[in-house]
Design a protein around this ligand. Structure first.
Ligand SMILES: NC(=O)c1ccc[n+]([C@@H]2O[C@H](COP(=O)([O-])OP(=O)(O)OC[C@H]3O[C@@H](n4cnc5c(N)ncnc54)[C@H](OP(=O)(O)O)[C@@H]3O)[C@@H](O)[C@H]2O)c1
Length: 456
């Protein structure tokens, strides 16, 4: 869908009164806004808000993130906003028909996940012909299993073509994840050794120190595997191991990710032992959580990708809440050197390791055995470190990256429908295998007594 014509652009934000809009989207829209752009913004939600009050909400939200925002740019930006109150269905959406024949539209759904709500909106847009010359942007979750994801895809594809649908996974929009493409494919010191000949294991880990906050109603239905692993962790995994794409086009990148998802080994009783689940102490006392809830707030599993270059490499995926730290890491551990030069001297050589900290440090560590100790006759490890923290101006908020790509019609970091179905196919087997013995496997932990697999 080429929305880059000279037509006037409008960005319609469904859920304009919500948290995501205020915390992330208004500041991100401001960041990517150029006063020379002619784009206009329509905030849409059920809550009745006067236009001037709405503009103040947007201004406050921008200033909260950018207290030093350029006043002139901010005035021009705010002037482009208007608010429209209505229901999320054909009746309410009829108001958006105004000007619609002369504008290209982005419809961003910053709304709680609900099939019925989404159906009412896409049907409503379609009834009024607003699905033409438009792009629809969606937040996860994209279904709750393969069947519901398929139903969701069918609904969307009934009214929009695949290149009109942008599914956001903000983890993929994080700078370090995108930088991995450059690191892996622009450096001949890395790409020839990025395979099972040299790599021993990979760990993808998304750990949070917070609990579920006020998301109990949603979270208890989902759990760590659906909430974090099915989407963020699996997308990070695909970016880490996918083969070099033929080009940097979205379709070439998606093709390589799909090859990984197609070949991820499905879970069964033989691989059940690689799976660990836990629930943090006190979870059952959280708001909206049943006293006998068996939902996992922690999960760890080891997977393998059945392609020639990765066969035999264990890939550990971990995600959990209320752990001892908040960190997202991709750790690549290389095999031991096959030279016995050092062993002869009684020196144990450490494995090379690359640790990409996606958040909060935004840095890369490379462990190299590069210090020669002449007394011990040993090569000692040194940690090379490149930190974006020291170059903060280089770092962008993921939503800013995502919106910039959206306005450039670039779907590379957005998720395609086939990827979603394949990721669910895998996760469905994990959950089916696990559910037989969920009660037996669920370990209660707290930050002093972490799940056993975290203590190794
Ligand atoms: N908040 C974040 O930082 C964040 C981060 C990443 C992803 N997300 C995702 O972004 C989406 C929106 O999140 P959010 O935190 O902004 O949600 P939210 O604040 O709970 O809801 C957004 C807006 O949706 C409307 N709404 C709420 N419940 C509704 C219902 N049952 N039926 C119809 N409309 C309803 C409300 O507007 P009106 O009542 O005025 O219509 C509300 O202001 C979710 O899918 C979430 O998973 C959020």
């Amino acid at each position: 869908m080429d929305i880059s014509s000279n037509n006037q652009k409008e960005f319609v934000l469904f859920g304009a009164s919500g948290d995501l809009a205020k915390e992330k989207l208004y500041p991100a829209l401001f960041d990517v806004f150029q006063p020379t752009d002619t784009i206009r913004y329509i905030g849409y939600a059920r809550t009745v808000i006067r236009n001037d009050a709405f503009k103040k909400i947007v201004r406050d939200s921008v200033l909260k993130k950018y207290p030093e925002a350029d006043a002139k740019k901010l005035d021009i930006f705010i002037d482009r906003f208007e608010y429209c109150s209505g229901t999320y269905d054909a009746h309410g959406i009829e108001q958006l028909k105004r000007n619609s024949s002369t504008v290209d539209r982005y419809y961003y759904l910053a709304l709680p996940s609900s099939y019925t709500l989404l159906k009412d909106i896409v049907d409503g847009l379609s009834v009024h012909g607003l699905n033409k010359k438009s792009i629809i942007v969606l937040e996860k979750p994209f279904g709750s299993d393969k069947l519901s994801a398929k139903r969701l895809n069918e609904l969307l594809l009934k009214h929009f073509s695949e290149d009109q649908i942008y599914r956001i996974d903000h983890y993929l929009a994080k700078d370090l994840v995108q930088d991995m493409l450059a690191m892996r494919f622009a450096n001949p010191i890395f790409w020839p050794i990025w395979n099972n000949t040299y790599i021993e294991s990979i760990t993808i880990s998304i750990k949070e120190s917070e609990g579920i906050r006020d998301r109990g109603q949603y979270y208890d239905q989902a759990g760590a595997i659906k909430d974090m692993i099915q989407n963020h962790a699996m997308q990070l995994l695909a970016f880490t191991v996918m083969d070099q794409p033929k080009s940097l086009s979205a379709s070439a990148i998606h093709k390589e990710k799909i090859r990984i998802f197609e070949n991820i080994q499905l879970f069964n009783n033989d691989t059940l032992h690689t799976l660990a689940i836990g629930q943090y102490e006190g979870y059952r006392n959280e708001q909206h959580i049943p006293a006998d809830s068996m939902t996992e707030t922690y999960a760890s599993m080891t997977v393998e990708i059945d392609v020639p270059e990765w066969r035999g490499v264990p890939i550990r995926i971990v995600s959990g809440k209320k752990l001892d730290e908040k960190t997202t890491d991709i750790i690549i551990t290389f095999k031991k050197t096959n030279s016995n030069l050092w062993e002869k001297e009684g020196c144990q050589i450490e494995r090379n390791q690359i640790r990409i900290n996606v958040q909060p440090h935004n840095d890369i560590h490379l462990r190299l055995n590069s210090e020669f100790n002449s007394t011990q006759k040993c090569a000692l490890p040194i940690n090379l470190h490149f930190g974006f923290k020291d170059n903060k101006h280089l770092l962008k908020d993921p939503y800013e990256n995502a919106l910039r790509d959206l306005f450039n019609n670039d779907q590379s970091i957005f998720i395609g429908s086939q990827e979603i179905l394949l990721a669910w196919k895998f996760i469905d087997t994990v959950l089916e295998t696990l559910n037989i013995s969920r009660a037996k496997n669920l370990e209660i932990y707290d930050h002093l007594h972490l799940p056993r697999t975290e203590q190794l």
